[in-house]
Design a protein around this ligand. Structure first.
Ligand SMILES: [Zn+2]
Length: 76
């Protein structure tokens, strides 16, 4: 098998990936851990293609919504 230096090592299986980053710095399938390690989430990486079907993103949205609701309740 030919190694592709452009791609990340230790990539997750595609079935486990929560997204794919097209950034030349860290191109490849992204697991949840890798998103954090590469700062794709924190920096709002513009190259990140989210696999919206993955539970990870749904959980994330839910957490965000919960936080918002709690804040709203506190300020009420
Ligand atoms: Zn990225």
């Amino acid at each position: 098998m030919r190694k592709n230096g452009k791609f990340l090592g230790n990539q997750p299986k595609q079935s486990k990936a929560v997204g794919f980053c097209h950034s030349a710095q860290h191109q490849g399938y992204m697991s949840e851990k890798m998103l954090k390690a590469h700062g794709c989430l924190g920096k709002n990486c513009p190259y990140l293609e989210k696999y919206e079907d993955m539970q990870f993103w749904k959980d994330r949205e839910k957490k965000k919504a919960d936080k918002k609701a709690r804040k709203a309740a506190e300020n009420a």
